[in-house]
Design a protein around this ligand. Structure first.
Ligand code: KG4
Ligand code: ZN
Length: 339
């Protein structure tokens, strides 16, 4: 079964052709980093306009690179949320038009679930269930017990900023461009994390929930002084920036690793699988390796960490096994989808 996947929930416009849920025939991603960089984050209105400008070209490129004809496509899978509503609608409407004109099923996919499926489609061997799925991205930090594909239980999530968002905000305070994750990781390599003592947030009564807003404020006060706001002038010497970046990175990543391992143990999970942009961070992978003991930990394959459409087409295939007719064309964009 050949599926065209479409992704436009945030600031990447992506299309991909995947055969039988795993074999990626093409995966095209058009990033808006050049556009959003100047604003230090994603401006929804600009994101929508860019999606509209490029979506047709991205889809056509995915088809051409896969070396298939339109008539070879069996279904269209599309991320219908969660994300920015205007951005989602661009991909969703393109998907609806194609499904209608090609007379093939339209399969809605949950973007967060697709980040976890990205890990399953990256590995030849079967990953044991129940496993703990950790989504660590710019929009989400969630721990999900996966009893099987499609049967999920939310174990913990952030009560404020997502971990990737915390990286982006910390980077901004250090004068680094968007997206901040790779910038912090690069700077942290030259730093000594022990020069600053930082703490990640704890959520009373919810040991597997996350809170990163206090950590962000701690960075603000280190850079600009106690009680300062983001418009205050910097007092931290440039020579200390790498040390602060390293301390931030260690604190945020150890918090995610520790809570994931504790949640996996408490909920009898046989493995941990990780999805989302922060899995790109090599230090994150090292810390997991240091602490995981005997518990297997699985990562997304190349090209499947950051937002992409291969994971949408892949999960679309799985959804099509359960509901081959797909959904009708009235399906809506959903900004928040609970697990
Ligand atoms: O999954 P993704 O592409 O988009 C969302 O669904 O949010 O993740 C993007 C996030 C950004 O916050 C970015 O700063 C973060 O992933 N990220 C990283 C790294 N590369 C990307 N965070 C830490 N270290 C990295 N190397
Ligand atoms: Zn994402």
């Amino acid at each position: 079964m050949i599926i065209l996947g479409i992704e436009s929930t945030c600031d990447e416009t992506a299309a991909s052709i995947v055969r039988d849920g795993k074999e990626i025939l093409s995966s095209v991603v058009s990033s808006q980093i050049d556009l959003q960089k100047a604003y230090g984050g994603v401006v929804p209105e600009l994101a929508c306009r860019r999606h509209i400008d490029v979506i047709d070209k991205v889809i056509e490129e995915a088809r051409a690179q896969a070396n298939i004809e339109w008539a070879d496509i069996d279904a269209i899978a599309v991320a219908h949320g969660p994300g920015l509503v205007g951005a989602i609608l661009v991909g969703l409407n393109a998907a609806k038009s194609l499904a209608l004109s090609l007379d093939i099923p339209l399969i809605p996919v949950n973007h967060i679930e697709a980040h976890l499926y990205a890990v399953l489609m990256s590995h030849k061997e079967a990953i044991p269930f129940p496993c703990l799925g950790a989504v660590v991205s710019g929009g989400h930090t969630s721990l999900i017990k996966m009893h099987s594909l499609g049967d999920y239980e939310l174990i913990g999530q952030t009560v404020d900023d997502a971990v990737g968002e915390a990286f982006d905000k910390a980077a901004r305070l250090l004068g680094l461009p968007y997206p901040g994750g790779p910038q912090i990781e690069r700077l942290a390599k030259q730093g000594d994390p022990s020069r600053f003592s930082l703490k990640a947030g704890r959520v009373k009564g919810s040991p597997y929930n996350f809170s990163f807003s206090g950590l962000k404020t701690a960075i603000l006060y280190q850079v600009k002084g106690q009680g300062a706001n983001k418009h205050s002038v910097d007092i931290l010497p440039k020579s200390e920036h790498a040390n602060l970046a390293a301390a931030f990175q260690e604190t945020a990543l150890h918090d995610v690793v520790d809570k994931s391992l504790a949640a996996a143990a408490a909920h009898d999970c046989q493995a941990i699988i990780l999805g989302g942009g922060v899995t790109f961070n090599q230090r994150f992978r090292e810390i997991f390796e240091e602490k995981r003991g005997q518990l297997p930990v699985y990562w997304p394959g190349a090209g499947l960490s950051l937002d992409n459409a291969a994971m949408i087409a892949g999960l679309g295939y799985q959804n099509a096994q359960k509901q081959p007719e797909g959904c009708d064309l009235s399906v809506d964009a959903i900004t928040r989808i609970p697990f």
